[in-house]
Each structure stands twice: as C-alpha cells, then as structure tokens.
Design a protein around this ligand. Structure first.
Ligand SMILES: [Zn+2]
Length: 227
C-alpha cells in the first residue's frame, strides 16, 4: 500500500500533480458546493488557479495514480467537480504495464455540477470497485445503476447531457458520490469495512500525518508572508 508521502516541494506554486486526500480526511465527508467555470479555486498548499487549470492538473493526477476518475474532494477541494476517463480497454486490463495510460485514452470528461438520473431500475453489483482515496482496497458488490443519464456543465460553461452504461456509468456514480461525501465502502455491508479495519487505520494515520504536514506548511507560509 502506498503511503501518502508528500515532499515539501510539492506544495506552493504551480502543481504538476496534486497530493491525494485519503480515507479519514474530513474533506472526503463534506457535501461539496456547486461551482461555476469562472471561479478561482485554491487547492490547499497551492496558489489559486482557474477551474480549467485545476481540471487539467486533476487529470494529470488521475493518470499518475492510474485511476479512472478523480473528484475534487480527493485533492482537498470541496466543490462539485470531477474528472473521469474512458480507456480503449475500459477495464484497465493492462494495469501494471508501463505504457503511459494517456496513450490509451478514448475520451476524457470534466464535469461541473453533475446530476445523475438512473435509467435502469435494476442495480448491478458485478464490478469490482476501488478508490484512489482508499488505496489497496477493492470490493465487488457495490450496487450501481447499469445505465444513467448525466447532465453537467463543461469547461466552456456549456450545459451537456450524456448517457452512459456499465463501467462508465459506474465511474460517474462513484465520482458523484464523492461530491456528496460518500465512499464506496459506505454502500457495502458494515462487515466489509470491519474486514479492512487494520488497513483503514493505516490509511487514516497516513491521512492524519499528511494533514499535519500541510497545516504546518501553511502556518509557516503565512508567517513568511507576514514578516
Ligand atoms: Zn473514489
């Protein structure tokens, strides 16, 4: 399991990727706020950026972490924004290979204020789910609608709607959950969380360490700037 190590140099200025927020971080439990394309966003530890800049860096972060989706709360921003990607082989069959993920991208999505309508009453539990904020833990059985309609605002401020099914529908539902403070483990029986208690405690501890580190950095920055 990868511990969220965050070297000092990651903070400040223009980020190449963002440090991830992990299970136990309160930002993952907050209901995120609506945003508009013209907003200025400040990811904790970094200078303010446009929504487009944040979305680009979120995509880079997602590729670096070999993910299929990343929601703003996972980088410490409580706004209703997520990025997601469809790969040529949409189930990451080649996971572990060194080929850059970005070369296999079919389509990237950046969604502001997404709203999902299920198009199927039947829930599908067959896929395995994981989460970049809960590294190393994967579980089947999370009930998700097989087909959804999703409306959102894109980076040009245009309101769009699309239909998604199977894997992509699941990704969108997982990411939307993040905007409401919900993690995939919440949608499984409590025993599943209990089964992973030891690993989750480790992740929580790492999360605490990260927040302490970030807090110390911001305090020091504040002092530096107010000399
Ligand atoms: Zn997730």
């Amino acid at each position: 399991m990868s511990a969220p190590e965050t070297p000092e140099k990651l903070f400040g200025g223009k980020p190449r990727i963002y440090p991830m927020r992990f299970y136990g971080d309160p930002v993952l439990r907050r209901k995120a706020k609506a945003l508009s394309v013209s907003d200025t966003l400040k990811v904790p530890g970094f200078e303010a950026q446009t929504v487009r800049e944040v979305a680009d860096t979120m995509l880079e972060t997602m590729f670096e972490q070999r993910g299929v989706g990343l929601a703003a709360p996972q980088i410490g921003l409580s706004v209703r924004l997520f990025v997601a990607v469809e790969y040529e082989d949409d189930e990451e069959e080649n996971e572990g290979q060194d080929e850059p993920l970005r070369s296999r991208v079919l389509r990237e999505y950046v969604m502001l204020n997404p709203v999902i309508k299920p198009l199927d009453k039947k829930k599908d539990k067959s896929y395995q789910e994981g989460c970049l904020s809960i590294p190393g833990i994967y579980e089947e059985g999370v009930p998700r609608s097989k087909r959804v309609n999703i409306s959102y605002t894109d980076l040009d401020g245009v309101q769009r709607t699309l239909e998604a099914e199977d894997y992509l529908a699941r990704v969108f539902q997982h990411e939307l959950d993040h905007l409401d403070g919900v993690l995939f483990l919440d949608r499984l029986p409590a025993e599943v969380t209990d089964d992973h208690r030891r690993d989750l405690l480790k992740i929580q501890q790492a999360s605490k360490n990260f927040l302490a580190h970030l807090g110390a950095w911001e305090k020091e920055k504040h002092l530096r700037e107010n000399l």
